[in-house]
Design a protein around this ligand. Sequence first.
Ligand code: VGL
Ligand code: ZN
Length: 219
Amino acid sequence: MLKKGRRGSKLKKLTALIITDLQNDFMPSGALPIKEGEAIIPIVLQIAPLFSHIYTTQDWHPNNHVSFAINHGKRPGEIIEIHGKSQILWPVHCVQETLGADLIPRLQRIAIEKKIYKGENPLIDSYSAFFDNEKKKSTGLNEYLKKRGIQKLFFSGFATDFCILYSIKDAIDQGFIAYVIRDACRAMNKELLDETKALVAMENYGAVIILSREISSYL
Ligand code: VGL
Ligand code: ZN
């Protein structure tokens, strides 16, 4: 009985794949390229059929966004303080309604149930799929998932050391079981060990770090 249930579709419905920020601007030719970013595309396409619920996030900034170095007369990589929190400054990226902010074209092949947009407030940056960095506004993802009884979240996409890290913490804080599909993610790695540090931090926070080939044993 139990075995049957495990294989059946009922439990599978309680799981979801979240693909974060798989957008043109984070690709090698984009405004804020992530090293080896293109390497995760075939992996994401390969694992997508394992899930009956797939959600994407998109970084979706206005031109006057606080995270853009140029808006402070500074250079990308510099760090400033905003509302008592340190803010890394980025090149202009993922501006609303631009090609760079679009999901990569190959994601059109998969059935995305809902697209989540983040980083729209010009005054606050927003790495997590759930909340802005000051936890002032929800993207609606938590409420949406809770309504549908989804309990397990598998994360893929960019960037392991920003969006994924922040999303995992919020997911766990909100009671989800959270998995990081390590080979389906890539990091900014501003500093050499940022990816490793993020993975350790997520594991310590309660996330399960897995590889794409192991997914079926966790569904
Ligand atoms: C992100 C850098 C700039 C992210 C967003 O969500 O990972 N990283 N904007
Ligand atoms: Zn951004």
